[in-house]
Design a binder for this molecule. Sequence first.
Ligand code: ATP
Length: 365
Amino acid sequence: MAQIRIENIRKEFGDFTAVQSSSFTVEDGEFFMLLGPSGCGKTTTLRMMAGLELPTSGRIYIDGEEVGQKPASQRDIAFVFQMFALYPHMNVRGNISYPLKSQGMPRAQIKAKVHEVAEVLGITDILDRPVGGLSGGDRQRVALGRAIVRAPKAFLMDEPLGALDAEFREHMSEELRALHDRMGATTVYVTHDQLEAMQMGDKIVVMNHGVVEQFGVPQDIYDWPATKFVAQFIGSPPMNFLEFQGVADEGAQSIQLGDSTHQVPSIREGAKGKLTFGVRPEHVALDDAAPYRGRALATEYLGTTQIVTFETPNGVLKARLPSSERIDHGQITGLRFDPRTVTLFDAESGAALKSEANEKVLSNG
Ligand code: ATP
C-alpha cells in the first residue's frame, strides 16, 4: 500500500483555475476524504492523483516517487467511479476477473483470486449471475471487487455511493469502511456530504473554490475550524456567527460583545475591526443571570434535543438545548457561551484568529 503526497498542485483549464496550489499527504493505510461543495475541485484533484488529468504545476508523489507526469497505467491505482459501469454482457465472475485476464494471469490463479475477493465482499453466491439483474448494493460490491482484485497501491473513489438512496447509502458506507479496516488499503474518497466525511474518514481535506481550507482529523476540523467557510460547511446546524466591531488583544482572555464581556480561549493573534464570534449551537446555554440577551424566534423539536433560534444584538443564533427546557415564542432570556469552545474570526478574510485552544490544530493544517 502507499503514501500519496501532493505538493502545490495546481490545475488550470484555459483561464479558469480549478485547483489552486494545494498540498496535503495521505498516509499509508488511511481512509482520506476530499470534502467540499459542488465545483470546488475535488474530482479534478482526485483525477490528478490517478493520472487521468495532468497538473499544470506542482508535484505528486506515491511512496516517495514523483509520478505527477506519469500516465494512469503506470501508477498502479484503482479508480472507482460514481457510475460503477460494469460490463453488461459478462457475469459477476467475468467482471471481477477482467483486470487479471488483461494482465495475462494464469486461469487457476485468477479463479483463486476472484474467490478470495468474493469472500471478502460476501458475494460468492452470485458469482455466476448476470450483472443486469443485480441490486444497487451488489453492483457496488462487484465494482469494488473489480478494483480490489488487482491489489493496487491505493483506491481512489469519486462519490461511489452518490447514486444510492439515503438508507442504503448509510449501510454501504459502513460496509465500505469495514472493508477498508480489514484490508488496510490507502483510500481517497470524494464527497460533498459532510456527515459522510465525518463518519468515514480518518482525515479530511476541506476544499472551496479550488483552495484547501483545512486538512486534519474530523474532530479537530469540527472543533477548531480554520476558516468561516469550514465552520459553516461542517456541522448541522452550522457554527453560529455573531458579528461585531471590536478588539481582540493578544494575550486577552475575554472580548467585549456589545454591552457584555465574554471569556474566550487566550488570544495568541490579536486583531481589531470587523470580527466574528463563532460558537456551535451545542455550546450555547440558557442562563437567566447572563447579561447577553436573546429573543426566541422559533423552536425545532428533535426528540432528545431542540434547536431554538434566537435574535441577538449581533445576529441570529441557534442553540441546541435539551427538549426538557421550556422556551416560549418571544421569550427574552440570557445566553451563555462555553468559553473553552469559542473561535474568533477576522470577519473579512474569514480566517480563524489563533488562540490557546486552536493554535496546535491550525499549525498542523
Ligand atoms: P462536483 O462534486 O460537482 O463534481 P467537484 O468539486 O468535484 O464538483 P470538479 O469536477 O473538480 O469539482 O470541477 C472543478 C471546476 O473545474 C468546476 O468549475 C468545473 O466546471 C471545472 N472543470 C472540471 N473539468 C473541466 C474541464 N475538463 N474543462 C474545463 N473546466 C473543467
